[in-house]
Design a binder for this molecule. Structure first.
Ligand code: SF4
Length: 491
C-alpha cells in the first residue's frame, strides 16, 4: 500500500481555502494551469526578498538541497542543529506534515525562534495559519520553539544607497496568535490526510473561498459552467445577491425575477441584459461633456514597481512611471496628434519622464485620463521627489477629468461591460475595438516586459520589438479614450 503523501505548508493552506483545491493538488494535477509570467515574477520577487532577509543573519547556514529532496533536507537540518547558528530553510516532517522555515534562529540553550519572511508590507490573517503550521510540524519533530515572528517589508522604508535589511524589514511577534490556533492543527491535518487518500473529489460549490485569501488556481475550471452575463457579475454586490441567486438556481442576469430586490445599478444591468441595448442618461452625459475644454488631451501612464526599491528616493512597491502616451485633439473633428515617451537606459526614469511630460502637455485645455487617482498620484509622487514640478503638477491636476466617471456612475452602461467600468471592457463594448490584436494587452505585462528588456540580457532586436509593442499598447489606451469620448457624444 502506498504511503499517504506529506502535507506541505502550501497544501495545508490550500486545504484551509477549499477541500476540492487540496484534493485536486494531489489527484488532479492536470487541472492546474502552468505558471505564467505574472506568477513567475511574484515567485522571483519573493526569492529576492527572502535573500535580503537572510542578510540580517550573516552567520546563517543554508539547507541547500534540491526542493524535491526533502529527505536530504531533513538529514542536513538535523546535522546543522548542533551548530546553534541561524538556519535558512530548516526542514522537518512530523505527523504527516512537512515544513520548511525561512529562518530558524537559535535562542538560549536549546530553543529556537521561527521567522517567516513575506513580501507583504503588513501582517495578513493568512500569515497566522502559515506560521502555525510550521511551528506545529517543528514542535512535533521535537524542536523547542520559543517565539514566532513574521518578517514583512517596512512600508515606510525609503531607499538611500545600499539597503540595510534591518531597516527594510519589520519583525512582528505573532507567538500569541499562533498559540491560539495551534490546538487545531492535528485535527485539521488528519482531516486533510483523509481528503487526499480519498479517490473521490469533495463536492464543493463555488463560493467566496474561490477568491479568498487567494484567487484559486482552479477558478477558471470550477467557474466554467457560468454563462456570459451571469449573476456573479452584478455590480458592487456587497450584499451577495449573486451568491443568493446562484443558490436558488438562477445563473443568468436575464433570469432574475422582476420582484427580486436589486440596487439601481444592478437593475440597469438586468434591463440592459434583457433588451441588449445600452442604458444612457443623456442629461448627465451632456453635463460631463460640457465641462471639457479644447485642446482635449488624453493621457495615460505605464508604471512598474518592485518590492525592493530600485532607485534612491523610492519606497517598496512604489509605482515608477516609465512611459506616457498623450493624444491631443485641438478642436472638434480635428485629427488627434500623438506624443509619447518611453524611458531609455537603466537609470531612474522619473526625472526625464517629468521633463518630457511637462513639455508634451499643453498649457491649457482638459486632460482626460481613465481612473484619475492613478495618474494624479504618480505625478504627485514625482513632484515630491522633484519639487521643481510641484506647482505645475498642482495646476495640471486641477485640469484632469476622469473619463471613468460616466461609466462608474452608470450614466452609460452597455450590457457587454459585464458589470465592469474598466477600460478593457468599456472600449470594446462602445467601439468594437479591443486589445486582442496587440502583443501587449494589459498593464502588468507592459511593466514586466519593460523591466525584462531594460534590465535583463536581451538582444537589441528583441529590445526594439518589445519597445515598439509598448508604444502600441500605451498608444491604444489613449486613442481608445478618444474613441470612447466620441461614442459618448454620439450616445
Ligand atoms: S475554484 Fe473555488 S470551488 Fe474550485 S477548487 Fe478553487 S476554491 Fe474550490
Amino acid at each position: 500500500m502506498s504511503r499517504t503523501p506529506y502535507i506541505s505548508k502550501s497544501k495545508y493552506l490550500s486545504g484551509l481555502q477549499c477541500p476540492k483545491l487540496l484534493w485536486s493538488a494531489y489527484k488532479a494535477k492536470h487541472l492546474f494551469p502552468a505558471v505564467d509570467s505574472a506568477q513567475q515574477a511574484i515567485f522571483d520577487q519573493g526569492h529576492e526578498v527572502g535573500s535580503l532577509a537572510k542578510k540580517i543573519f550573516p552567520n546563517g547556514i543554508e539547507i541547500d538541497c534540491d526542493p524535491a529532496d526533502f529527505e536530504g533536507a531533513i538529514r542536513l537540518t538535523k546535522e546543522k542543529l548542533a551548530l546553534r547558528r541561524p538556519i535558512f530553510e530548516a526542514t522537518f516532517t512530523a505527523n504527516g506534515g512537512y515544513a520548511r522555515a525561512d529562518i530558524l534562529n537559535p535562542v538560549g540553550k536549546d530553543e529556537w525562534d521561527i521567522i517567516e519572511v513575506k513580501s507583504t508590507t503588513s501582517l495578513k490573517d493568512v500569515h497566522i495559519p502559515d506560521i502555525a503550521f510550521q511551528t506545529w510540524v517543528f514542535t512535533e519533530a521535537g524542536i523547542k520553539i520559543r517565539r514566532c515572528f513574521l518578517c514583512h517589508i517596512n512600508n515606510k522604508f525609503v531607499r538611500h544607497g545600499e539597503i540595510d535589511p534591518r531597516k527594510f524589514f519589520t519583525l512582528v511577534d505573532v507567538t500569541a496568535e499562533v498559540a491560539a490556533i495551534s490546538h487545531e492543527l492535528e485535527e485539521q491535518v488528519g482531516q486533510m490526510g483523509k481528503i487526499i487518500r480519498s479517490t473521490k473529489c469533495p463536492e464543493i460549490q463555488i463560493g467566496k473561498q474561490c477568491d479568498s485569501p487567494y484567487t484559486c488556481p482552479l477558478h477558471d475550471h470550477c467557474w466554467s459552467f457560468l454563462p456570459p452575463k451571469n449573476v456573479l457579475e452584478l455590480y458592487d454586490d456587497k450584499k451577495g445577491r449573486g451568491w443568493d441567486l446562484l443558490k436558488r438556481g438562477i445563473l443568468r442576469i436575464t433570469d432574475i425575477p422582476d420582484d427580486y430586490p436589486l440596487s439601481t445599478k444592478q437593475e440597469i444591468q438586468r434591463t440592459t441584459a434583457l433588451t441588449g441595448k445600452p442604458y444612457v442618461q443623456r442629461m448627465q452625459i451632456q453635463a460631463f461633456l460640457k465641462n471639457l475644454e479644447y485642446p482635449l488631451q488624453y493621457l495615460d501612464f505605464e508604471t512598474f514597481s518592485s518590492a525592493i526599491p530600485m532607485f534612491d528616493g523610492s519606497r517598496p512597491y512604489e509605482q515608477i512611471p516609465f512611459q506616457f502616451s498623450l493624444h491631443i485633439v485641438r478642436k472638434a473633428g480635428a485629427k488627434p496628434e500623438h506624443r509619447i515617451f518611453l524611458a531609455e537606459g537603466r537609470n531612474d526614469p522619473r526625472a526625464e519622464f517629468m521633463r518630457q511630460l511637462k513639455s508634451a502637455v499643453e498649457p491649457k485645455g482638459t486632460i482626460l485620463v481613465f481612473n484619475a487617482p492613478f495618474e494624479k498620484g504618480r505625478m504627485k509622487e514625482c513632484a515630491e521627489l522633484l519639487p521643481v514640478y510641484k506647482s505645475w503638477v498642482s495646476a495640471v491636476n486641477n485640469r484632469i477629468v476622469d473619463l471613468l466617471l460616466p461609466f462608474r456612475g452608470f450614466n452609460f452602461y452597455h450590457p457587454d461591460q459585464c458589470g465592469s467600468a474598466s477600460m478593457k471592457l468599456v472600449l470594446p463594448a462602445l467601439t468594437g475595438t479591443d486589445y486582442t490584436g496587440l502583443e501587449i494587452q494589459e498593464g502588468g505585462t507592459a511593466s514586466r516586459e519593460f523591466l525584462r528588456v531594460t534590465f535583463g540580457k536581451v538582444s537589441a532586436a528583441e529590445r526594439k520589438r518589445v519597445r515598439d509593442a509598448l508604444d502600441k499598447y500605451c498608444g491604444q489606451d489613449t486613442e481608445g479614450m478618444v474613441w470612447i469620448l466620441a461614442a459618448l457624444r454620439a450616445a
